[in-house]
Design a protein around this ligand. Sequence first.
Ligand SMILES: Cc1ncc(COP(=O)(O)O)c(C=O)c1O
Length: 404
Amino acid sequence: MSSSTQGTTEAAFPVSENVARMQPSSTLAAMQAALAMRNAGVDVVDLGAGEPDFDTPEHIKRAAAEAMQAGQTKYTPTAGTRKLQEAIIGYYKREFGASFAPEQVMATAGGKQAIFNAVVTLCGPGDEVLIPKPYWVTFPEIVTFAGATPVFIDTEETGFQLTAEQVSRAITPRTRLIIINSPSNPSGRVIPPDEFRKILELVAGRGIYAVTDECYLRFVYPPAEVFSAASLPEEIRARLCVAGSFSKTFAMTGWRIGYALAPAAWTNAMLKVQSHSTSNPSSIAQAAAAAAFNSPQGCVAEMLAEYRRRRDWLIKALGEIPGLKCNEPEGAFYAFPDVRGCLKGDVKTSGDFADKLLHDEQTVVTDGAGFGAEGFVRISYATSLDRLEEGVHRIRRVASQLAQ
Ligand SMILES: Cc1ncc(COP(=O)(O)O)c(C=O)c1O
């Protein structure tokens, strides 16, 4: 909505400087556009979704219901219940051989709050924060909110694969933090463990902190490997905050539950911020999350297998569409094709391409420009294969028309 069409009350509201610098979330905007069309009875194919199409597994819901019945309906410590802290500690020990003390673990209202806490406790005016492109839309906004300056690292030369060399070139005396998201939203790229280690050794050696966003941790397709920076040695962990989430791994986006793993002093600062903002995440979501980590992980394997089936089909199908070029993503549930071969006439940007798809074919994809990658669009395959086939069919109609 342009400022001239906003209501006068809204336009006149004197937002703070920090908020005036922020942009609204383009991914949430795409979701809302799809919802509005669907509510109007339109047959929308929504490939914009940033969340699993699966329901939360039954055993997790049951744990939440039992917690409610048992009266676990009160405030908890800001860092979360001891049960959830122990579940997180146990999971990282079992899965990655990493040891954490309770003072290094806190529950948050989603991975997003973990990243927010980590950035605002560390960064302020004068600090630079490295953000590899393409990035999850929220990273630069949180940095801006903190008053610090996002500094973007271009990774197109390596097919969006971040390297230590690229990071090294971007460091200045003002660099305070780097935010790394692997598997990546939107590109689906997974940083190989050796390169990841190199990057974190490099930054720790230069006194720079790192936040690793593990939101899509488990959605990695072999031969790519699941890797958590939590497994790295103490010298690196001394400057590391791992931001974790139950949202995608266990199809729990609506529960708003995640966690941060960081040195005790950093965690302490994050607890201070959280205690004066949202306090503890929901006690019921915490019980559900503890069950998710403490139970057998078969449900995750089943979702991963289904995502892989869709990815394999989608990448092959996109490869046959004129004007589109797409790397094979090793993780998450997104494809990120280059649509520059389809920019023609009035369709000058990837945003125009996404708009044309929406208006001509009622199909939602997300413009790459919001992720710092003009010329690309994000296609989510967190939707049934049937809908994906229909969506690709529609994309082909638009692309074929433009790419001649
Ligand atoms: C890369 C990335 N990080 C973090 C999040 C935050 O997830 P949540 O706050 O639901 O845990 C998302 C959600 O879309 C994401 O895509």
